[in-house]
Design a binder for this molecule. Structure first.
Ligand SMILES: NC(=O)c1ccc[n+]([C@@H]2O[C@H](COP(=O)([O-])OP(=O)(O)OC[C@H]3O[C@@H](n4cnc5c(N)ncnc54)[C@H](OP(=O)(O)O)[C@@H]3O)[C@@H](O)[C@H]2O)c1
Length: 240
């Protein structure tokens, strides 16, 4: 009857590191992603505590199947982390570049949010976490779809938080994680205040354990978030 978690998008970066922290803490963790070889390599490190599932989050039928089959795998699920995400620079607004971002970060994410929330509602409890981004706060000329998709995710998580507060029948926690720059494969261009993956993921895990509604990672990104919220568009456009 130990703790059980699912991390969607755990083949690299934040998801892989977070799944590792969860196993260290005694969780049995289902990890997902498209790259099967990476899932298999992670599982060989700890066969007892990792369950692997090759899964493309843009395939909503496959997401539904995972949730249908959950009772065969886990007696309960304490924690579901939606981490899978992509983003690509698209200054010239090419459709082929934006579409995968929308399919992954908007369509795929929404179905996981719905399935997880409804699963927890039936179960009577559970904690849903989404790794969104500081990018959710404002627009950006270079990566508009990524910023807009993260705004969508962040807004959706706030809606779920409100919904969970008003639900008397189940005890559901909702956590929105907003990272700044963290040293992973997703980062390509120039950055500042880039946090090491291990430090940032520890802070993410602490926010999860404390059941925070919202957490900026690393903590000092709170300051950037506050500035972003108030800076006028005509000044912002000089930087973003
Ligand atoms: N690093 C940062 O500075 C930063 C800042 C803010 C927010 N974030 C967010 O943090 C999350 C994790 O990113 P990361 O930085 O750890 O980068 P990463 O190393 O590239 O990890 C991305 C993860 O998402 C999975 N993924 C992507 N598309 C998927 C799909 N269609 N189906 C299933 N899984 C998919 C990848 O697995 P497969 O490729 O194997 O499918 C991988 O496990 C993302 O949502 C990202 O937007 C990162």
């Amino acid at each position: 009857m130990g703790k059980k978690a699912i991390v969607f998008g755990a083949t690299s970066g934040i998801g892989q590191e977070l799944a590792q922290l969860l196993t260290n803490d005694g969780y049995t963790v289902m990890i997902t992603g498209r790259r099967l070889e990476r899932l298999q390599n992670i599982q060989t490190q700890n066969k007892e505590q990792y369950i692997i599932k090759q899964h493309d989050i843009t395939d909503v039928d496959a997401s539904e199947k995972i949730f249908e089959e959950l009772p065969d795998i886990f007696d309960k699920v304490d924690l579901i982390v939606h981490n899978a995400g992509i983003g690509e620079e698209n200054y010239n607004l090419e459709w082929d570049k934006d579409l995968p971002t929308l399919e992954t970060n908007v369509i795929g994410a929404t179905r996981i949010y719905q399935l997880a929330y409804n699963y927890f509602k039936v179960q009577g409890f559970g904690h849903l976490v989404s790794i969104t981004s500081i990018a959710s706060i404002r627009g950006n000329r270079f990566v508009p779809a990524y910023h807009a998709s993260k705004a969508f995710q962040s807004n959706y998580m706030e809606s779920l938080w409100m919904k969970a507060q008003r639900t008397k029948k189940a005890n559901i926690d909702i956590t929105n994680i907003l990272p700044g720059f963290i040293d992973t494969d997703i980062i390509t261009g120039d950055t500042f205040w880039m946090a090491p993956l291990d430090k940032a993921t520890k802070q993410i895990y602490n926010a999860i354990k404390n059941k925070k509604r919202k957490a900026y990672i690393t903590k000092r990104w709170w300051l950037i978030a506050m500035l972003l919220k108030i800076v006028p568009p005509r000044i912002l456009m000089k930087f973003m």
